[in-house]
Design a protein around this ligand. Structure first.
Ligand SMILES: C[S@@+](CC[C@H](N)C(=O)[O-])C[C@H]1O[C@@H](n2cnc3c(N)ncnc32)[C@H](O)[C@@H]1O
Length: 201
């Protein structure tokens, strides 16, 4: 059976916010939006919408665009979700000339696996910005080579959604790193795959 998209897997999407607890980037982006006197923020690959909700709670007008229904369903239940304009899809869905600040957080920028895909995504971000607006994004530090330590066999995992084991196989092809994860819980097994562009430092 073909591996699934990690974020399209309901159990894993549901565990995303608990798995990401303690992240420090959210405060960074909130203070960035404040520092730039931002009114309108667009978040590409908004995921479970946590940052969109926090930005809306801080008084910004927010659009979150996300291709996976599983993630978007969770996003629509975040605290300030009712104030966010949710769009299903990718950056091409963003309205033109709308945003003061466009974000790609949580390694979204590393899903664009070649120069053409990256240029297209940045082109849509630019199109959605008003004149003088900003794009902010982050990538994993290639020098840290975190992917070298992702391989694991039968590691225990536990969230408030349950517990089980995960085995991860990592492969590299040029600048692309793929990890195939097999999640097992109570005789249920799911396999997911994700490819990121992580150049060698
Ligand atoms: C690691 S999560 C990050 C979610 C959120 N930005 C955060 O910081 O928590 C990556 C998200 O990007 C979405 N994604 C994947 N490919 C995408 C694309 N081409 N355009 C927009 N979003 C994409 C995934 O569905 C997933 O929700």
């Amino acid at each position: 059976m073909e591996p699934e998209n990690y974020y399209a897997t309901p159990e894993l999407a549901a565990a995303y916010d608990t798995d990401s607890e303690g992240r420090r980037d959210l405060d960074f982006y909130l203070s960035l939006a404040a520092r730039l006197n931002t009114v309108r923020v667009a978040d590409i690959g908004a995921g479970t919408g946590l940052l969109c909700s926090l930005l809306a709670g801080a008084g910004h007008e927010v659009t979150g665009v996300e291709p996976q229904h599983t993630m978007l369903d969770i996003a629509r239940r975040q605290e300030h979700a009712a104030s966010v304009w949710w769009l299903h899809g990718t950056a091409e869905k963003l309205p033109a000339g709308w945003a003061d600040l466009v974000l790609m957080t949580g390694h979204v920028a590393q899903y664009f696996l070649d120069d053409a895909a990256w240029a297209e995504a940045v082109g849509h971000a630019k199109r959605s910005l008003r004149s003088g607006g900003r794009l902010a994004f982050e990538v994993r530090n290639p020098a840290a080579a975190a992917w070298r330590s992702w391989t694991t066999q039968g590691r225990q995992w536990a969230t408030d959604r349950g517990a089980g084991t995960v085995s991860i196989e990592v492969s590299r092809d040029g600048d692309l790193v793929t990890h195939v994860d097999t999640w097992t819980r109570e005789n249920i097994s799911r396999t997911t795959s994700e490819t990121l562009e992580i150049p060698l430092a």
